[in-house]
Design a protein around this ligand. Structure first.
Ligand code: NDP
Length: 448
């Protein structure tokens, strides 16, 4: 897709100049602006109010030093980030990514996406994101704790239950959230819902761990049903083997599909009999081992080095659940050639723009990340509600609310795509529906 509207072309040029050296952020903004073309033409009042110029600029960006001492007594220094992108519809909300690839551009792309995603959930949450180039892999619990405490010592000055509520993301699971929560409580002497994804003994919500993966499948199921298909009997390939991938595998299997592959950043496993999920949970959640260990107990399965090869496995449905830009044009073309009919995104921005073009021009049903993986943050929103009420709901209650939210998200995407003449383009629908709510709120609040 190429922009035709001169106002949007000029705006994108400004974004490119102002954010040079941040290709992921520019990619995320470009995709959204391209799909907002019909909105800009229909809503000159939003242009007049400068909503677009403001929505592409974070409200606040914080960068800080994170010093900590490793097990050998040596000082290590990482860089910490928090980008508070947009608070028009609620407190900033978005995860913390701990991965060596993290720099400002990654956090900005994630924060920008989060604004639209949070809007789609129908809950009152603005968009933000944070993280660090710290790599928890291979670190002892003590090292992870000292890093998390140092990270939170600075972050605590900028967040709060009614201001900015971080959560997990790549590299930040229950262990890291626990250490960060403990440090926040110690520094502020207050027990509040300042983080989500907490443990069940100190304010966490049932079903939060499962939420992103389950939500992805609830969304995908809606999309399939709306197009006369179902998950029953389908072969599914899922990348990653972290939080999202594991619970996507669990729910896909419950829907009667067969998941045959998972991966990590070293390689992928292919088990034509269907993935043994209890084993994967043991390896990844308990022992923190590599996915290749799977074949030690399943010699009939195959392990291959490298991540990209996973997309050469024939499947009906592909669910990328690892990281950004993991499916490029070449992989998308192989998926199409092998008869894949559905791509639905658990990870954030896992498909390159050329891959998305390939899906859309070949009639693949495409569930964009902003909508399809919104179940995690939606359930974080439910965790915030429970913390405010000082109550906790049952697993069934939270799961039922999550299911309802994912159905509504699909409906909003579908309806917005139809209203703006792009029926079946759920990416456009997600961007438009997510944008409009935030834009109305920004306009109503004046030039802030
Ligand atoms: P985890 O850290 O639990 O798992 C990430 C998985 O992806 C691991 O298997 C990891 O392998 C793999 N991975 C990470 N980086 C790369 C890379 N550069 N190349 C190949 N594989 C990689 O993270 P989550 O499951 O929480 O997150 C996965 C995706 O889902 C991310 O895009 C995240 O932003 C998105 N997401 C997560 C939500 C949540 O609630 N957790 C909510 C919404 C979106 P390895 O162990 O080798 O690093």
């Amino acid at each position: 897709m190429n922009l035709k509207n001169q106002y949007l072309i000029d705006l994108l040029e400004t974004v490119k100049k102002r954010n040079a050296g941040e290709p992921e952020f520019i990619q995320a903004v470009t995709e959204v602006l391209e799909t907002l073309e019909p909105v800009v033409e229909k809503r000159p009042d939003l242009v007049e109010a400068g909503v677009l110029e403001r929505i592409v600029e974070p409200e606040r960006q914080i960068m800080f030093r994170v010093p900590w001492v490793d097990d050998n007594g040596k000082v290590q220094v990482n860089r910490g980030f928090r980008v508070q992108f947009n608070s028009a519809i609620g407190p900033y909300k978005g995860g913390i990514r701990l991965h060596p690839s993290v720099y400002l551009g990654i956090i900005k792309f994630l924060g920008f996406e989060q604004v639209f995603k949070n809007s789609l959930t129908t809950l009152p949450m603005g968009g933000g994101k944070g993280g660090s180039d710290f790599d928890p892999k291979g670190k002892s619990d003590g090292e992870v704790m000292r890093f998390c405490q140092s990270f939170m010592t600075e972050l605590s000055k900028h967040i709060g239950a009614d201001c900015d509520v971080p959560a997990g993301d790549i590299g930040t699971g229950g262990r890291e959230i626990g250490y960060m929560f403990g440090q926040y409580k110690r520094l502020r002497n207050e027990f509040t819902g300042v983080l989500t994804g907490k443990g069940l003994t100190y304010g966490g919500s049932l079903a939060r761990t499962e939420a992103t993966g389950y939500g992805l499948l609830y969304f995908t199921n809606e999309m399939l049903q709306a197009n006369g298909m179902s998950l029953e009997g389908k072969t599914v390939v899922i990348s990653g083997s972290g939080n999202v991938a594991i619970y996507a595998t669990e729910k896909a299997t419950q829907y009667g599909a067969k998941v045959v592959a998972l991966s990590d950043s070293n390689g992928y496993i292919y088990d034509k009999n269907g993935i043994d999920l209890p084993l994967v949970k043991q390896l990844k959640e308990v022992e923190r081992k590599r996915i290749k260990e799977y074949v030690n107990t399943h010699p009939e399965a195959e392990y291959h080095e490298g991540c990209k090869g996973i997309w050469t496995i024939p499947c009906d449905i592909a669910l990328p659940c690892a990281t950004q830009n993991e499916i490029d044009k070449e992989s998308a073309e192989i998926l199409v050639k092998n008869g894949c009919k559905v791509v639905s995104e658990g990870a954030n921005m896992p498909s390159t723009p050329e891959a998305i073009e390939t899906y859309l021009s070949n009639g693949i049903l495409y569930g964009p990340a902003k909508a399809a993986n919104a179940g995690g943050v939606a359930t974080s929103g439910l965790e915030m509600s429970q913390n405010s009420e000082r109550l906790s709901w049952t697993f069934e209650e939270v799961d039922a609310k999550l299911h309802g939210i994912m159905k509504d998200i699909f409906k909003s995407c579908d309806e917005a795509a139809k209203e703006y003449g792009m029926e079946g383009n759920y990416m456009a629908g997600a961007n438009i529906a997510g944008f409009l709510k935030v834009a109305e709120a920004m306009k109503a609040q004046g030039c802030v």
